[in-house]
Design a protein around this ligand. Structure first.
Ligand SMILES: [Zn+2]
Length: 168
């Protein structure tokens, strides 16, 4: 790894802090606090037995000492421990997924309804239907109906427009 020899000026960006924190997590480096002084040290990922002192701004590691890089995994971990840097997993733009999940629940409800209709029709034809089966079908429908009601009640706006599109 030739990270320390890169000469172009590196700057602190949210993206670089994020990848530094990810490196910290991935490599399993650990933050310790020195009793007495309260100083924080973070283990080196490349040199076992070595720790770098850091306060989030400076760090004793090569990235800071040699290349003046304002960002490194040690500082990222320190900032994270102070609650100043959160790890943001890639945001997933999932509006269609929500609509899909409501759709899935509605499909389940529909299937349950078909099931009851089928059982009722068979009963009307004089077929002996196990009462437990009928109870199960109603439980199933009740479960889906409840889930659909919950999902649509708490649904964001895109689901409402999805409803409108379906109703149209
Ligand atoms: Zn460092």
């Amino acid at each position: 790894m030739a990270e320390a020899t890169i000469t172009r000026i590196r700057t602190a960006t949210p993206k670089r802090w994020q990848s530094a924190l990810k490196r910290a997590f991935d490599s399993g480096i650990t933050l310790y606090q020195i009793a007495g002084t309260g100083e924080a040290v973070v283990t080196s990922q490349r040199e076992p037995g070595t720790v770098y002192r850091t306060d989030g701004t400076i760090c004793d590691c090569a990235a800071h000492m040699l290349s003046g890089d304002p960002v490194c995994a040690h500082r990222a971990l320190f900032l994270h421990s102070q609650g100043l840097l959160e790890f943001e997993s890639t945001p997933e733009p999932e509006p269609p997924a929500s609509a899909r999940s409501v759709d899935r629940l509605r499909f389940g409800l529909e299937q349950g309804g078909n099931w009851i209709a089928d059982l009722t029709a068979r009963q009307l034809r004089g077929e002996a239907i196990d009462i437990d089966l009928i109870r199960e079908a109603y439980r199933e429908v009740g479960k889906y109906a409840e889930a659909v009601a919950r999902a649509t009640a708490s649904a964001p706006r895109h689901v409402a427009s999805f409803d409108a599109a379906r109703a149209a």
